[in-house]
Design a protein around this ligand. Structure first.
Ligand SMILES: Cc1cc2nc3c(=O)[nH]c(=O)nc-3n(C[C@H](O)[C@H](O)[C@H](O)COP(=O)(O)OP(=O)(O)OC[C@H]3O[C@@H](n4cnc5c(N)ncnc54)[C@H](O)[C@@H]3O)c2cc1C
Length: 614
């Protein structure tokens, strides 16, 4: 059984040194918390992840969810950790105490979320969906529905799902056909949803489905969709369980990975007896569902980043232990000592790729969720609005870039392990298989790119994008003459100029009726945008790291490059900060130049993508 490995120090660095999340405790909502509490939560979360969830990962993969006699079961080993997870209040860790939550900042919940997800993604699907669905009901459902359902969902007593996809309605949710016909105070639901994660299982006594459906006279498309709360087992007015609600699992999918998560076909109302409750108003379902989808998109980005991070840590450990070949400088000497593979430049390149991408996507995700906290608690309206804008702008980057690159890090980790990377003896091949889905569900990454290009850039008259550009320009100007990092800041400035240039081109094309050309380049555009943002975040971190490293070196009397290097080899903190600088340098010199190639390709005006006969 593989251990769960994670760089807790990097997470603490982001929380306390990069984002300075203790600042949140100045606001009333978080005034009862302090760093001690945050540290305790991290400690408990990591313990639970390592001791209870990590041992499930291999079982989840090998045994998987099972569908027998019309019902779904998870491996029996899931049950006790699920009980402990719920008892510890982890589902509602950042939810309102009014509904039984712990009320912690979301950014702290994300830090523990990385531990849980990295330890066992398949297990985490059920609690994550219970939280997302519960939060959507808390925000939009009637008092009566909230009182009946929300607290039990945050407690994990009742689980949740999200029921959007149908055979003909995948990326295009507006095509859902599931019907909801009003009968008195309730609706009768009929239809089939496919691919529903945790759609059926035996972890909780009830499952509460948020279902997108249409009423008979609804307008076509997205504007005719309503949201219904559909329990698997009906709930009496006093909160006790009643009779089954005519929701049946027809099948579960056999998948490439994530075997411990049930991916269900759900049939609603086969016997004409499935009751649903309208949430909010008719025809506004997609607006409500967007809250859950946006949260889930950031969470899916975390899935990619967390599994990539775990795979990287395993590859790093392996590379230090595996002895193979000689130092390339001694290649001609048959008696040269054999070295660990971490000494080979190509392996070092792959490791630095994993390290810098992991730290970059982790920073992107945590900064975005920190903005979400600020958007809620800041007393300054302009700051709240700007923070909310950043959440909107960065959500597609979080989802698509973190999932694509997290998978890529897993693939590189497999490569570092050589033959063992392809074998089940080590966990990295499972991380790769499990993480692939993150680029597909919750709106494919192609759809995220369209969201960025088609919606987010134009949102609020372009204000979100302009705020981002102005802040980045100000950062560059402020640090342009930095003593040791100026040359890297110039590289960031050059990439930013290219991004701004191609953004202008795309906007001009859209206005002149040639949006399709830009759409063909939407995915590379999202990658370039993400890389500029990630380079910025790693640069912010590098400035902090450089200062701290200088302080440590001064304190220890390491005043020449050799002495500084030696210190980094023996002092953990010096090593960490030197490592942060290396991540930035690798990212800016080896990954950020991709922006140049993509922008050059988008500027060719070549229309093969659109015109080719395929
Ligand atoms: C393991 C798993 C778990 C899932 N869990 C859930 C769940 O809990 N709830 C739920 O509702 N759904 C769930 N899904 C469904 C998932 O969200 C969909 O598979 C996904 O949205 C894509 O839809 P599709 O499979 O129909 O692909 P399609 O929509 O057919 O897309 C196929 C390809 O075409 C591209 N494409 C489609 N339309 C466009 C467009 N307009 N522009 C550009 N490219 C486009 C896509 O990007 C993709 O590459 C799950 C799926 C899986 C495999």
């Amino acid at each position: 059984m593989a251990e769960y490995l994670v760089n807790r120090r990097d997470i603490e660095f982001i929380l306390y040194e990069h984002l300075d999340v203790e600042q949140l405790c100045r606001y009333e909502k978080y005034s009862e918390f302090n760093r001690e509490v945050f540290d305790m939560v991290l400690e408990q979360g990591l313990k639970l992840a390592k001791e209870e969830l990590a041992p499930l990962n291999e079982i989840a993969d090998r045994e998987g969810a099972k569908f027998e006699n019309g019902t779904v079961t998870f491996p029996k080993e899931f049950h006790e950790p699920y009980r402990k997870f719920c008892e510890g209040g982890w589902i509602g860790v950042a939810s309102s105490p009014e509904w039984g939550g712990q009320g912690l900042p979301r950014v702290i919940a994300m830090a523990t979320g990385e531990f849980f997800t990295g330890a066992c993604l398949a297990f985490m699907m059920t609690p994550s969906l219970a939280h997302g669905a519960g939060h959507m009901f808390e925000t939009f459902a009637s008092e009566e529905l909230k009182n009946l359902f929300v607290e039990k969902m945050y407690a994990g007593q009742w689980a949740g799902t999200m029921c959007l996809t149908e055979p003909q309605a995948g990326s295009n949710v507006g095509d859902v056909k599931t019907m909801a016909v009003k009968e008195g105070d309730v609706y009768k639901i009929t239809g089939t949803k496919i691919f529903i994660s945790s759609g059926d299982h035996d972890l909780a006594e009830n499952i509460i489905h948020p279902v997108l459906a249409r009423t008979p006279d609804a307008p076509p498309g997205i504007k005719g969709i309503s949201l219904f709360l559909v329990p698997k087992i009906r709930v009496n007015p006093d909160g006790t369980l009643g009779e089954p609600n005519d929701v049946h699992c027809g099948n579960i999918e056999e998948k490439m990975g994530l075997h411990g998560s049930s991916t269900c076909t759900l049939n609603f109302g086969d016997e004409g007896n499935c009751i649903g409750y309208l949430v909010g108003e008719e025809n506004k379902g997609i607006v409500y569902m967007f809250q859950m989808m946006n949260e889930a998109r950031i969470n899916v980005g975390l899935q990619g980043s967390a599994l990539g991070a775990a795979a990287y840590e395993h590859a790093l450990q392996y590379a230090k232990e595996r002895i193979q070949g000689v130092d390339v400088r001694n290649m001609k000497d048959p008696n040269a000592p054999r070295v660990p593979i971490i000494d080979h430049p190509d392996v070092r390149r792959m490791l630095l790729f994993g390290k810098s991408i992991t730290e970059a996507t982790r920073a992107l995700l945590m900064k975005t969720i920190y903005y979400e906290d600020l958007a809620e608690v800041s007393e300054d309206e302009a700051e709240r609005e700007k923070a909310a804008g950043y959440v909107d702008l960065f959500t597609p980057l979080c989802k698509a870039y973190s999932s694509d690159m997290g998978f890529e890090v897993c693939v590189q980790a497999m490569q570092i392990l050589g033959g063992y990377g392809y074998c089940q003896e080590y966990p990295v091949e499972q991380y790769a298989r499990d993480s692939k889905i993150a680029s597909i569900y919750e709106g494919t990454n192609g759809i995220q790119a369209l969201d960025l290009l088609g919606r987010k850039l134009a949102m609020k008259g372009g204000a979100l994008y302009m705020n981002f550009l102005n802040d980045l320009n100000a950062f560059i100007e402020e640090n342009r003459s930095h003593e040791s990092l100026a040359s890297y800041i110039e590289k960031l400035a050059a990439a930013k100029d290219l991004l701004a240039d191609i953004t202008n081109d795309f906007m001009t094309k859209s206005m002149s009726g040639d949006a399709i050309y830009s759409i063909a380049h939407a995915t590379p555009y999202l990658s370039s945008f993400s890389e500029v943002v990630c380079a910025w975040l790693l640069m912010e971190q590098a400035l902090i790291a450089q200062k701290r490293l200088d302080e440590i070196c001064a304190e220890k009397g390491a005043d020449d490059p050799e002495a500084r290097k030696a210190l980094a080899g023996e002092n953990d903190e010096a090593k960490f900060y030197a490592g942060k600088l290396d991540s930035m340098k690798f990212y800016v010199t080896q990954i950020l130049p991709n922006v140049q190639a993509r922008v050059a390709s988008a500027k060719t005006e070549d229309r093969t993508i659109l015109d080719a006969v395929l």
